[in-house]
Design a protein around this ligand. Structure first.
Ligand SMILES: NC(=O)c1ccc[n+]([C@@H]2O[C@H](COP(=O)([O-])OP(=O)(O)OC[C@H]3O[C@@H](n4cnc5c(N)ncnc54)[C@H](O)[C@@H]3O)[C@@H](O)[C@H]2O)c1
Length: 267
């Protein structure tokens, strides 16, 4: 039996580490030609290691907040591969703190990283995804990485909540727009719970420093304990769901929000 993404080309933003890396590995394992993108230079140790270990993978430096970088990446992908079937808008960062203490410039930086990046990726690659989608049975697939924090509010998480809520609805309006216009691109969002990545560890270290009464490890243990299945997710557990949404197995899914949270939002 052939692998379900054989013949498809995928691009993942922020894919050298964490969830993006696992997504790239899962897409490649399903047979996709995978373009890893991140901030590191093309000859960096991490980029070289990633392309050496992930099957059929190449690397393009792409600052996902830069429209010029997206356009340059699109031109390279079109020239080199002639198609793009799967776009995963994964780049994102966190920001915590009480609303009255948040600086406007930090708020804006978060919106740029978490929302502009999804808009820019979608806008820039829409024509190539549409063209490629017309050649496959169920079209191309955009997957936007939101969060459980895009579904429910949490104290001291207002900026991240607002940004991830925006990703959730941007996904739905783009899905409807493409469907209305007969453009063969499905668009879905994925909402991970707490995933063991560099972002989670760094974010909790900052929270512990600000709070002064808890350690980062206590905060992380608390997250596992408040998750119904009592552990954090591993990045691959998100990657496998993204690979499913990228494939024809998810042919009737568009505008959906797929929650992968160990039961966290079930209560
Ligand atoms: N870790 C979690 O618990 C969790 C939970 C829910 C949702 N998410 C979301 O999943 C996504 C990935 O998170 P993660 O935990 O893997 O993060 P991470 O910080 O561990 O990794 C993010 C990657 O993106 C890259 N990156 C950062 N800014 C970039 C930019 N401007 N352009 C290109 N690349 C850039 C980084 O270099 C890094 O390789 C984010 O959107 C995040 O909000 C994470």
């Amino acid at each position: 039996m052939g692998r379900r993404l054989e013949g498809r080309t995928a691009l993942v933003s922020g894919a050298l580490r964490g969830i993006g890396r696992a997504i790239a590995e899962c897409l490649a394992a399903d047979g996709a030609t995978t373009i890893i993108t991140d901030l590191d230079n093309e000859d960096s140790a991490d980029a070289t290691q990633a392309t050496a270990t992930i099957e059929n993978a190449s690397y393009i430096r792409l600052d996902a907040t830069s429209e010029g970088d997206w356009q340059a990446a699109r031109d390279r992908v079109a020239a080199q591969f002639g198609r793009l079937d799967i776009l995963v808008n994964n780049v994102g960062a966190d920001l915590t703190g009480k609303v009255q203490d948040l600086a406007l410039e930090d708020w804006r930086r978060l919106m740029t990283l978490n929302v502009d990046t999804v808009f820019l990726g979608t806008k820039t690659f829409q024509p190539l995804l549409a063209k490629s989608g017309a050649t496959t049975p169920y079209g191309s697939s955009i997957i936007n990485i939101s969060s459980i924090m895009g579904l429910v509010g949490m104290s001291e998480v207002s900026a991240y909540n607002a940004s991830k809520g925006a990703v959730r609805l941007l996904t739905k309006s783009n899905a409807l727009e493409f469907a209305d216009d007969g453009v063969p691109i499905r668009v879905n969002s994925v909402h991970p719970g707490f995933v063991e990545t560099p972002l989670l560890h760094k974010g909790m270290a900052r929270w512990a420093e600000r709070d002064g009464t808890v350690t980062a490890q206590q905060l992380i243990d608390g997250m596992a304990q408040t998750t119904p299945i009592k552990r954090l997710a591993q990045p691959v557990e998100i990657g496998k769901v993204v690979a499913f949404l990228a494939s024809d197995d998810a042919s009737y899914m568009t505008g959906s929000e797929v929650v992968v949270d160990g039961g966290w939002t079930a209560r």
